[in-house]
Design a protein around this ligand. Structure first.
Ligand code: FAE
Length: 541
């Protein structure tokens, strides 16, 4: 290591410590902001970033590094303050009010077990929990709510997309540069790591993955080990009971108490650590309008019970939208349709897709148990993306009930060409998604082609007891909403909203409905690429 590398390294480490300390003290003091108190009270700031998910976190860090005072606005809570049970998050098996964002009942995607309504629980009074499900007529969209966005609730799977598919999806983005520079940077920053192959082959916690992998091989499919942002070293320690359990204690979609490098531990800690970035929490952006200096946002601050405690406005010169595919698109549609930014492009709301998401489960033979201890963090996938008719990339998912279930569960990503559209509904003041149930059929067909072949090769069948209505496939929900403000259409090739100076989209809304693998590494890498260009060319200092 050279002397200057060492200096850079120590600056980065110090910055992260400072950021993590700011998170801790904000939690200890019960503050509704992380970072500088004075900055959080200003009515005008140079840059605002809406949301704290992947695109937002990257953008805020790089703005902070460039010396731009930046305020992040997040409608969810900071998730680092333990509740009465000493834990920040509740587990998937014993969910409480922390689980869901103002729902009266949990809304887990597997809604029955042995056809019984035993999975979901009543929650009592609605609360600002960490997982939201936005329900549209034929599609339910899961999203994370809180400082860290989807990183708080997701499975941490961190694959880089196949280059040929990336080039097909985003032909105007320089793939050479992405694969040489931005994907490696995103992987490094996110803390992506891989499971030790010896551990994968021997631990009871991944028996389910080995069983499903063997079945896939029997049917002639290829499988791949998938990197993750969960610390696999920590996971091994969990198994030896040297540290508190998280992945081995059924924690994931309602948050992981340990092990996961969510954004509040990486990008956001670094961003706050620059001393230039402040996060205002439980603060929802409800409107955007233009003024002489840039943009003015209407804000609603709520308490954890949902009561609006303050309404205010915040002005900025540069506005970066990172509220997620649905959130960002909704803000721009509302602005266009209520006339506060009437000239926004027609392409806003278009090009929305589910990343071809479809979930299914197989029933294994009695001699093929999958184990009562299952890591919630997936590590293996069936890679059938080369199939000329039905490309599919199927994550082998756990079913961590604490009991033997003999189930093989999968979340498949397929190349479903169908696209939906979001529009603004004046009556409810919300975005509505135009997606027909029939548009999910290509996802089901692709998954069926894959799993029919596995069932034939192994003499097994589908489980029909896990999704209500006796269904073998569930393609009426998605974890990977993508699109709505597509790169090169609603924006230019770097996320600048067409026709609007200093207005940018930074997140999953940029991806045109499909990326072929779990998307957050791509969202992160694209955000890195875009903000580097914007800082180099658009910022006036
Ligand atoms: P996102 O992470 O959704 O963050 C948006 C943030 O903006 C949220 O914190 C919102 O609360 C906030 N927000 C929204 N509207 C407003 C507003 N009006 N005012 C203020 N704040 C607002 O954005 N992806 C993978 O790559 N690997 C996985 O293993 C994986 N598993 C998943 C499992 C689950 C259960 C879920 C739900 C998702 C999973 N994903 C996974 C998807 C991934 O988390 C998602 O693509 C990214 O989080 C999207 O990142 P964005 O930057 O677009």
């Amino acid at each position: 290591m050279t002397a200057s590398n060492e200096t850079n390294q120590s600056v980065v480490t110090r910055r992260r410590f400072a950021g993590l300390a700011a998170f801790t003290s904000a939690a200890a003091l019960g503050l509704s902001r992380v970072g500088d108190a004075v900055a959080a009270e200003r009515s005008f700031v140079p840059a605002v970033v809406v949301g704290t998910g992947y695109g937002a976190a990257v953008t805020a860090l790089r703005l902070g590094e460039a010396g731009v005072a930046t305020t992040m606005l997040e409608m969810g809570q900071p998730w680092n303050q333990p509740g009465a049970d000493g834990k920040v998050f509740c587990s998937t098996l014993a969910p409480d009010r922390r689980s869901m964002w103002f729902h009266r009942r949990t809304a887990a995607p597997l809604d029955t077990f042995l056809w019984l309504d035993v999975v979901n629980r009543d929650l009592g009074t609605p609360y600002a929990g960490v997982l939201d499900r936005i329900d549209f007529p034929a599609m339910d969209v899961y999203v994370g709510r809180g400082v860290g966005g989807g990183s708080l609730v997701n499975g941490g799977m961190a694959p880089t997309p196949r280059r040929s598919y990336f080039e097909q999806v985003l032909p105007r983005v320089d793939a050479d540069q992405m694969y040489r520079r931005w994907f490696p940077l995103a992987n490094r920053m996110l803390g992506v790591n891989s499971i030790d192959p010896r551990y994968l082959e021997t631990t009871p916690a991944y028996r389910y993955a080995r069983v499903s992998r063997r079945h896939a091989h029997q049917a002639g499919f290829r499988t791949a080990v998938i990197p993750n942002v969960y610390d696999f070293g920590y996971l091994e320690q969990e198994e030896r009971r040297q540290v508190p359990r998280s992945a081995l204690a059924g924690e994931v979609i309602y948050g992981n108490n340990h092990g996961k490098q969510s954004l509040d531990k990486t990008y956001l800690a670094d961003a706050v650590g620059t001393g230039r970035v402040t996060i205002r929490t439980l603060t929802r952006v409800v409107s955007v309008r233009a003024d002489r200096r840039g943009y003015v946002l209407g804000l609603e601050q709520i308490d954890a019970s949902g009561k609006v405690v303050r309404r205010s406005e915040l002005g900025c010169r540069q506005l970066f939208l990172g509220a997620g595919s649905i959130g960002t698109t909704e803000l721009l549609l509302r602005a266009r349709e209520t006339g506060t930014l009437p000239d926004l492009p027609d392409a806003i709301g278009e090009g929305w897709g589910t990343n071809g998401n479809v979930m299914t489960a197989r029933a294994n033979h009695a001699w093929d148990p999958t184990g009562s201890l299952q890591s919630t963090i997936p590590a293996v996938a069936i890679d059938n993306w080369d199939d000329p008719v039905h490309p599919a990339f199927a994550e082998i998912a756990p079913l961590p009930t604490g009991l033997e279930t003999w189930a093989g569960l999968y979340l498949a990503i397929t190349a479903n060409p169908e696209r939906g559209r979001l529009s603004y509904d004046h009556a409810t003041d919300r975005a509505i998604l135009h997606w027909q149930a029939s548009q999910s059929t290509p996802s089901i067909q692709a998954a069926k082609a894959l799993f029919d072949r596995i069932n034939r090769a192994t003499g097994t069948t589908y489980r029909r007891d896990l999704f209500s209505g006796n269904r073998a496939f569930a393609a009426d929900f998605c974890y990977h909403p993508l699109g709505g403000c597509v790169l090169g259409r609603a924006t230019d090739d770097y996320g600048r909203v067409r026709g609007h100076r200093n207005l940018y989209v930074t997140d999953s809304a940029l991806l045109p409905g499909s990326i072929g693998v779990n998307p957050f590494v791509t969202i992160t890498a694209l955000a890195e690429r875009n903000i580097a260009r914007v800082i180099a060319t658009d910022l006036t200092r």
